[in-house]
Design a protein around this ligand. Structure first.
Ligand code: FAD
Length: 395
């Protein structure tokens, strides 16, 4: 019968791979496994927190993928048998596959910060997967008193969406400026520098004055312990900070199914071949998105989307007995600092000598001191990007 490709995860990487595989190899059977009936995107979830987007507008269903011929099964993948080439699902089904694609995103490393586990996240949300956690954080913001303190705990690299915490700081500040202007945003970081740093700091200052304070690792920014009950954190040097709303973004690793499949290494992430994103450890299993080790590509939805297209092309070529096209990858991360104030970082990547490289002179960031029209244009590009990628993947 027809070859069967099973894709785990209906987010940015997995849904892209499934859809593009159907396009490139219409005779191949493609099954997508995703527990949620509706996928809420992390991109623009910070805008939801700010009140600049409705919750509905960042949710996507799977009718578009079904119309493209993808069989969508709403279940959780529980285990992989790489030798037998089977996948066991939470609904009791076991699927046989000829090629397996994993795009499970990230799992939190519970207790990597002392005291921060799944129960603590119900008091001090991470909101680093869009869903109930995001809604909880928004309710907490609404309940916060004017003059209160929003504290965010930020992890070291690598983690999902390098500019994400700093965009969130701006979006929270926007909300507070509108509704509780005497409040403060305190960022406690396990790093000494971050993505688009100069641009963010310039934008924060221009729009929010001194509302946002960033404490870097070497200035005692690294949090070691979390007391979610008291909404208190303790740093490496023993300083305690009390929050009114506590947003803890913990260290992360590949979604657990990658480990079950035997494709993760000691880092908790998935090493892949640069030219195809096939696992370096298990033949026939591919991984895309945040779960992979793809530096210098960031863990972004844009990156996951281009990786998904490369994997679809590589698998289609393999199954049809053709040579795979040369892989090319790209990324742009737009961040919104305030309404009409956007910034971006862009990169292109290719495989060379078995490694992913960013060709010299490619890519770049928005200009520092860019004029207002430039920032307004980039805010519009960000919105257009969101609409375009949503249409490309789900809608
Ligand atoms: P996901 O998109 O998370 O998809 C993983 C899917 O797999 C999920 O639907 C999950 O339910 C499913 N899954 C997991 N395990 C299983 C299993 N065992 N069985 C079945 N299904 C499973 N990126 C950008 O490009 N631009 C942005 O502006 C941007 N903003 C962001 C803002 C925030 C606040 C955050 C947190 C992230 C942001 N990102 C952004 C990053 C982006 O969300 C991720 O990089 C992207 O989602 C990665 O895609 P993925 O396919 O690896 O994972």
């Amino acid at each position: 019968g027809a070859a069967h490709v099973v894709v785990v995860g209906g987010g940015f990487g997995g849904a892209t791979a499934a859809r593009y595989l159907r396009q490139r190899a219409p005779d191949v059977r493609v099954t997508l496994i995703e527990p949620a009936q509706r996928f809420y995107t992390c991109p623009f979830s910070n805008l939801y927190l700010a009140g600049l987007r409705t919750w509905d507008s960042i949710g996507h269903g799977y009718a578009g993928l079904r119309a493209a011929g993808v069989e969508v099964v709403h279940a959780r993948a529980e285990d992989v048998d790489a030798a037998a080439r089977t996948l066991r699902l939470s609904n009791g089904q076991t699927l046989r596959w000829d090629r397996l694609v994993l795009s499970p995103g990230v799992d939190m490393r519970w207790n990597a910060l002392e005291g921060y586990d799944a129960a603590a996240a119900e008091k001090a949300p991470h909101a680093w997967k869009a869903g109930p956690q995001t809604l909880l954080l928004r309710r907490q913001l609404e309940a916060m008193p004017d003059g209160g303190r929003f504290v965010m705990v930020i992890p070291d690299n690598p983690f999902r969406c390098p500019p994400g915490p700093y965009e969130r700081a701006a979006m929270v500040a926007h909300y507070l400026q509108q509704h509780k202007p005497r409040s403060k945003v305190l960022l406690l970081d396990a790093k000494d520098s971050f993505s688009k740093q100069a641009l963010f700091q310039q934008g924060w200052k221009a729009l929010y004055g001194d509302m946002i304070e960033w404490v870097k690792q070497s200035d005692d920014g690294q949090v070691m312990r979390v007391d979610a009950e008291k909404l208190e954190v303790e740093t490496a040097f023993g300083t305690r900070h009390q929050a009114d709303v506590l947003n803890v973004i913990p260290p992360q690793k590949a979604g657990f199914i990658a480990e079950r499949a035997g494709v993760t290494d000691g880092s908790g992430w998935v090493p892949v071949k640069a030219e195809s994103f096939e696992s370096r450890q298990v033949a026939g299993i591919y991984a895309v998105g945040d779960a992979t080790i793809a530096a210098p590509m960031p863990k972004s939805g844009f990156a996951a989307n281009t990786q998904g297209k490369v994997v679809a092309a590589a698998i289609a070529a393999d199954l049809l007995g053709r040579a795979a096209p040369t892989a090319a990858y790209a990324n742009t991360c737009y961040s919104l600092i305030g309404p009409g104030y956007g910034i971006s970082v862009a990169g292109v990547y290719r495989a060379e000598g078995g490694k992913l490289i960013e060709p010299t002179g490619s890519g770049g960031v928005s200009p520092l001191d860019g004029h207002a029209g430039y920032r307004a244009a980039e805010a519009r590009y960000g919105e257009a990007w969101y609409a375009a990628i949503s249409a490309d993947i789900w809608d």
